[in-house]
Design a protein around this ligand. Structure first.
Ligand code: SF4
Length: 287
């Protein structure tokens, strides 16, 4: 058992826990069974990261409008990209968009709306767990990867089949448009960045080798683009290191995400929009 799993199990014994799960969960788990399965472990509330992603998008577009003359903008939700820039491309740090990632935004939102809950983040990303979560150590109590979550389900005999008729739903704050975030280009597309920057100036790409070539072009001033939506893993977060269903192709993973988005569009209006509740929260970030 990992220390994260041990800490999580201790947390649910003593505290009210609110989970925020990345929307790529549909690659590994079924909805709505996943909500019941997580609650069966002892979690009190389960939310999806998509509302945090919506707030990230809102602040990205505001930042671009407030800084129209900035030469380049590099998206910062991927902790691997941020780490590489900090370590190897220090001259590009000033171009990282200083806005919290969906993980940071959602944690701040939950902390504001549900202050008596301990927040646990679940995703396919080991870098979010080992690098970025440290930025939010005051408000994110623990992180698990999908791999660790599945191991806990296996250990406690929690099976998807037992919940196939579940009508459980996410408890709060979900959003439809940002369900595409785990797919390469999800940020640029769901934020509608082409309304703020010319389409031909937006570059979407993924995979570390391609990303490093792009960073070299930015460094050398030879790129024709201005906004860079870059993700470390192949295909985006759908290629995250700690997914369980690694045998699926990227097209199969994308199709699961798009089907889920379509399925959820029918019920999105059941959820309260909490945007006004978080107007006084600071979603800025320093690098
Ligand atoms: S692209 Fe990979 S490393 Fe980057 S946030 Fe997504 S899963 Fe994590």
């Amino acid at each position: 058992m990992t220390s994260n799993q041990e800490n999580f199990l201790n947390l649910i014994k003593t505290e009210k826990v609110c989970v925020m799960i990345a929307p790529s969960f549909v690659i590994d788990f079924e909805y709505p069974a996943i909500v019941s399965m997580i609650k069966k472990l002892g979690v009190s509330m389960v939310t999806e990261l998509t509302f945090g992603a919506k707030i990230t998008n809102v602040h990205y577009t505001e930042y671009i409008q407030d800084h129209p003359d900035q030469k380049y903008y590099i998206a910062s939700p991927c902790p691997m990209i941020v780490s590489i820039i900090k370590a190897q491309y220090k001259e590009l740090i000033k171009y990282l968009v200083p806005v919290c990632s969906p993980m940071g935004c959602q944690a701040k939102i939950l902390n504001k709306i549900y202050p008596d809950y301990k927040i646990v983040f679940i995703s396919p990303c080991r870098a979010k767990q080992t690098i970025e979560a440290k930025e939010y150590k005051d408000i994110i109590a623990e992180t698990l990867t999908f791999k660790e979550l599945k191991e806990l389900f296996d250990q406690y005999g929690i099976k998807e089949n037992d919940f196939e008729n579940s009508d459980e739903k996410f408890d709060s704050i979900i959003e439809s448009t940002t369900k595409i975030y785990p797919i390469s280009g999800g940020l640029a597309k769901s934020a509608g960045l082409s309304n703020f920057i010319k389409e031909e100036e937006i570059l979407i790409d993924d995979g570390i080798i391609k990303v490093k070539n792009i960073l070299n072009e930015i460094k050398n001033g030879t790129t024709k683009y201005r906004f860079f939506d870059l993700l470390n893993c192949n295909g985006g977060c759908i290629g995250g290191a700690d997914l369980n269903n690694k045998a699926l192709t990227n097209d199969e993973k994308k199709s699961k995400i798009l089907n889920y988005k379509q399925q959820m569009e029918k019920i999105i209006h059941d959820y309260k929009n909490h945007s006004h509740d978080v107007e006084d929260v600071d979603f800025s970030r320093k690098f």
